[in-house]
Design a protein around this ligand. Structure first.
Ligand code: PLP
Length: 446
């Protein structure tokens, strides 16, 4: 871009193409270059770009009313979206508190958990446990819960010391064991941590059912979440599923936690909820958690000017209806199986690929300098950055994800295309990805 720019972009020393328009899985810049959106942006554009039905809904809603203040009015789109989400969510997670971003959704869950225990007469339960290699958002409360070493670093003095247990990261088991001989030590660690800190101080445990940005689609071993749920129940600790990335059909089920039939107390959703057509997220709360609040203070002490915004919730409702109409959850499962199969084939061909994982259309590829002992590349060699640039030059967008327990990032990417992707388009995606991996491997002399 030649003109002076005063827009603060993520990296101030980097050139960004100017997006012009999008159609389905493709984005086009203002020079006419085509990109396959292989990561749905930040795992967000689930129904693809440029869906005219959604544009029509936006226009019609704007003509009616775009904003009402939530303390003065409710609105039909907000009511209808809450009703629809109730049908999507597992069990008795029936209530929705609408916010604008995933960070606000997890932070609201934190506050609701603390408030719940206050209403129950247990005000000392204020700590939230979480895992290393997790990302729950950028605001200080959400960042406090995030086990993302890089993003925490500058603000550590301001953060609560919440992350405390190791992730269920079998490829690099934190306990140097293999499943099932490990007997789920990663889940058991939650119990020892609760006992050490004291259950009287702990309000909730939060986890991404499938770890996204800070692990690249890490799927826990069988039995993990069942054990987590049992431990939470035993010690009266709420279980919050952060499904901001993995929810709304992304992994081939409505919510990723459904893969294990485990019932969370609260679920945070965002991203795919509007497929990127409007900023919207929600803290979904179960009847059990709402009950003492309904009969107690009758007010959740949180909220924003744009909470439950009619324009955003109209979009959310239209996106969920679009997903139902086109059976995109099922499609995510089917196309995800195909994508994983193709990525596994690449792993056979390119020793630079150490691991391939994921569920549905949330998949991750981790790179290693030595496939046998899984040695990552030195942190100065930002492998994912080089690969992402190569992919982008060739017209494919993939998403950087860190991997490695000590916060050593940069060795993994997420591939998570819109759920509307066709088989031929998936082949086109893989072809470009393979070309980039091949070049990378030659350059790094693996
Ligand atoms: N939780 C998870 C699992 C996420 O992946 C993200 C964003 O990547 C967030 C929370 C934060 O969402 P947002 O960026 O919308 O604030």
């Amino acid at each position: 871009m030649n003109m002076a720019s005063y827009l603060i972009k993520p990296f101030l020393d980097q050139e960004y193409p100017i997006a012009d328009y999008g159609k389905g899985i493709y984005l086009y810049d203002n020079e006419g270059k085509e990109y396959i959106d292989g990561s749905s942006g930040a795992v967000t554009a689930s129904i693809g770009h440029g869906v005219l039905e959604i544009a029509d809904v936006m226009k019609e809603q704007a003509k009616k009313v775009s904003f009402v203040y939530r303390s003065q009015f409710t609105s039909e789109p907000a009511e209808k979206l809450a009703e629809k989400l109730k049908d999507w969510a597992p069990g008795d997670v029936n209530w929705s508190f609408f916010v604008n971003s995933g960070s606000e959704a997890t932070e609201t869950a934190l506050k609701v958990a603390i408030q719940y225990w206050q209403e129950k007469g247990k005000p000392s339960k204020i700590k939230i446990l979480s895992r290393w290699m997790s990302y729950h958002g950028i605001t200080l409360g959400a960042l406090s819960m995030s086990g993302h070493v890089g993003r925490r670093a500058r603000f550590t003095p301001l953060l609560e010391d919440f992350p405390s247990v190791n992730p269920p990261y079998c490829y690099r088991c934190p306990f140097h064991k293999t499943y099932p001989e490990c007997q789920l030590m990663c889940a058991e660690e939650l119990e020892t941590t609760i006992r050490r800190i004291g259950a009287d101080h702990i309000a909730a445990f939060i986890a991404e059912p499938i770890i996204g940005a800070s692990g690249a689609a890490i799927v826990p071993p069988e039995g993990y979440y069942q054990r987590i749920r049992d431990i939470c129940d035993k010690y009266e600790v709420l279980f919050i599923a952060d499904e901001v990335m993995s929810g709304i059909g992304r992994t081939g089920k409505a919510f990723a936690i459904n893969h294990w039939q485990v019932q969370p107390d609260m679920i945070a959703v965002g991203k795919g909820l509007t497929g990127g057509y409007a900023p919207l997220a929600a803290t979904m709360i179960s009847d059990r958690i709402m009950a003492p609040i309904e009969s107690g203070s009758k007010l959740i002490m949180s909220g924003h000017t744009y909470s439950a915004n009619p324009q955003s919730t109209a979009v959310g409702l239209a996106v969920l209806e679009y997903m139902e109409k086109h059976q995109l959850v099922k499609r995510s499962e089917k196309m995800g199986t195909l994508l994983l199969e193709k990525l596994h084939n690449l792993k056979q061909k390119y020793p630079i690929i150490g691991d391939v994982r994921g569920k549905g259309l949330l998949t991750g590829v981790e790179f290693v300098s030595n496939i046998f002992n899984k040695i990552p590349f030195a942190s100065e060699v930002s492998v994912s950055k080089i690969l992402i640039k190569k992919c982008m030059d060739k017209g494919l967008l993939v998403y950087p994800a860190s991997a490695g327990i000590e916060g050593h990032g940069g060795d993994a990417v997420l591939i998570a295309p819109p759920l509307v992707i066709e088989k031929e388009q998936l082949e086109q995606l893989i072809k470009i990805f393979e070309e980039a991996v091949k070049e990378l491997q030659i350059e790094l002399q693996v």
